[in-house]
Design a protein around this ligand. Structure first.
Ligand SMILES: [Zn+2]
Length: 165
């Protein structure tokens, strides 16, 4: 993205298969029923939060309206890989991922990772309610061993974001 007047941006990439936030599960504790996040989502959010914060550095948590952009890159299915030995018509670029993953649930997992606080109280954004603009894409990786499953994340803020209203 080109530099835009009044816009600040931060980007970070999480490597590994994108994770969609699982539905809350419920468990009985005596007379009470409690809800909890499934283990896979919880582990992902903890690890993602640590990586995002390492990239964010010592800055205080972002506490102004922001825009979140994410590109969820899934492993390319074997049937979509070129197996020809001769020149062919296969398109090696990234493709829209028509898998069963709900993209909005990928957004939720990333938004929660961005607001997740460490034991010292640090996080990238103070609260995910600050995300006022959202753009998300899901694709299969390119037919190229260098394009691994990953989530590309971009946060933008500043007067240009606040002027969108
Ligand atoms: Zn081919």
């Amino acid at each position: 993205m080109a530099d835009v007047e009044g816009l600040e941006c931060w980007t970070c990439t999480l490597y590994g298969d994108p994770v969609a936030k699982g539905r809350p599960r419920f468990a009985r504790r005596g007379a009470r029923v409690i809800s909890y996040t499934p283990a896979k989502t919880s582990t992902f959010e903890t690890q993602a939060a640590a990586h995002l914060l390492a990239s964010w550095g010592d800055r205080p948590p972002l506490s102004q309206p922001c825009e979140l952009t994410l590109v969820s890159v899934f492993r390319r299915p074997e049937r979509l890989r070129c197996k020809h030995k001769r020149p062919c018509e296969c398109d090696p670029r990234r493709l829209p991922a028509l898998n069963a993953v709900d993209l909005d649930n990928c957004c939720k997992a990333i938004a929660d990772s961005l607001q997740k606080r460490t034991a010292e109280g640090r996080s990238v954004i103070a609260n995910d309610s600050l995300i006022c603009s959202l753009h998300a894409v899901k694709v299969y990786a390119a037919d190229d061993p260098n394009d691994e499953p990953q989530t590309q994340i971009r946060l933008c803020w500043g007067p240009a974001v606040e002027a969108m209203r």
